[in-house]
Design a protein around this ligand. Sequence first.
Ligand code: DQA
Length: 144
Amino acid sequence: MKTILVLNGPNLNLLGKRQPEIYGHETLDDVARMCSEACGEGHEIRLEQSNHEGRIIDWIHEARQSACGIVINPGAFTHTSVAILDALNAFEGPVMEVHISQVHKREAFRHHSYVSMRADGVIAGLGLFGYVAGVQRVIALTGA
Ligand code: DQA
């Protein structure tokens, strides 16, 4: 059984409550359920969320041993964190970057992503389905 790490950055613990006009009414539990349903026999999901940059980096480091791929919504760290980019550069499997909202339609500061310099795929504006697409792509790249 291969593990796909689904990582979520700051404020995504409030998914469903936070700015629902942008991020919708579904929660991180819904993300976990949808991602698990997208897995076949060969893969399982480990979903994590933190508001702390260092914790996210530690999970990426752990993934070097324990995960075949990473689906990451880094939240606002997308636009600021060279440290998360460096950690992802030390991970060898596929990395899919997910944004629930269409960041390119929003403020200019959301248009640049450090994580995109490493990501093998970038999904924005598909709502929670973006996570499912990310998981499906990791499965396609790592073998069913
Ligand atoms: C986000 C977009 C980011 O700009 C924002 O800071 C988030 C969520 C998204 O999923 O659309 O926290 O990554």
